[in-house]
Design a protein around this ligand. Structure first.
Ligand code: HPA
Length: 276
């Protein structure tokens, strides 16, 4: 696994010709267009990257886009791997581990999520304050090569407080409504039943989705500072009478693109000038 990671990272480094990203971004379903914000781009197709699985989900493009946003040097993964696609968790977190190996210091995870909290409406953005790992699994299962991180990583600030403050400050400044909430990470790919959503609510979840948790665990393990943004694409099952579909999820995420882009672009620029 370490060999694979090194080989893949070296390939990417070679393509980047001395460019060293400082901040990583992983884009969720329907949020891929954000990558248009990157300037001085170097684009690498996942299909050209050794050891890289293919993204199979519609709405996930499968490109690594490196370049600048303002003065900040970024690496943006447009398209992520999910456990439900049949990838093992080692592959799901490969982009995250590559970011750490490339030398990034912080990671912005983004996703589409179903709203459980009654205050959340479709199209709204939520800063992730914490998560519930309900996948029954972890990317850290198995031997722990010490160069990746410690055996028992601390997760008490899995979503960095300073990064979350930056997110909220920028949202306030730009007048973009930004809520806060706990993300329940489930396996999918079936959406939840209303009874499951009731259970998640009781457990303290504000939103639910099928990604982010493995990456957050691997990123914390690797010592990256993490923040996460959920785009609420639908009310979770049973909260409204509407049936859930991936097309609706993508459509709503697309509708939120403008404010999502403004928020994340400004956060990225300001992060570059901060000491976080
Ligand atoms: N449940 C799980 N994952 C999701 C949802 C949902 O309602 N919406 C978008 N991703």
């Amino acid at each position: 696994m370490i060999k694979k990671l090194e080989q893949t990272t070296q390939f990417i480094q070679k393509q980047l010709e001395g460019f060293t990203p400082e901040l990583g971004i992983i884009l969720g379903s329907g949020l891929g267009n954000f990558a248009e914000q990157v300037e001085n781009k170097k684009i690498i197709s996942y299909s050209d990257i050794p050891n890289f699985p293919m993204a199979t989900v519609k709405g996930h493009a499968g490109k690594l886009i490196c370049g600048t946003i303002g003065q900040t040097k970024v690496a943006v993964f447009q398209g992520r791997f999910h456990y439900y696609e049949g990838h093992n968790l080692e592959d799901v977190v490969l982009p995250t581990r590559i970011l750490a190996k490339l030398g990034t210091k912080a990671l912005i995870l983004t996703n589409a999520a179903g709203g459980i909290n009654k205050d959340f409406a479709p199209g709204e953005l939520v800063a992730i304050t914490d998560h519930l790992n309900l996948t029954g699994n972890s990317p850290l299962i198995g031997p722990n090569p010490e160069e990746l991180g410690v055996r028992f990583p601390d997760m008490s600030e899995a979503y960095n407080l300073e990064l979350n403050k930056l997110l909220n400050d920028v949202a306030n400044e730009l007048n973009i409504p930004l809520k806060s909430g706990v993300y329940a990470g489930v396996l999918g790919p079936a959406y939840e039943t209303p009874a499951e959503i009731n259970m998640l609510k009781t457990l303290g979840a504000d939103m639910v989705g099928m990604s982010t948790v493995p990456e957050s665990i691997a990123a914390n393990h690797a010592g990256l500072k993490v923040c996460g943004i959920s785009c609420i694409t639908n009310l979770a099952a049973g909260i409204s009478k509407e049936k859930l579909s991936h097309d609706d999820v993508k459509d709503v995420a697309n509708m939120a693109m403008e404010k999502f882009t403004k928020l994340v672009t400004t956060v990225v620029k300001k992060w570059g000038q901060s000491s976080i």
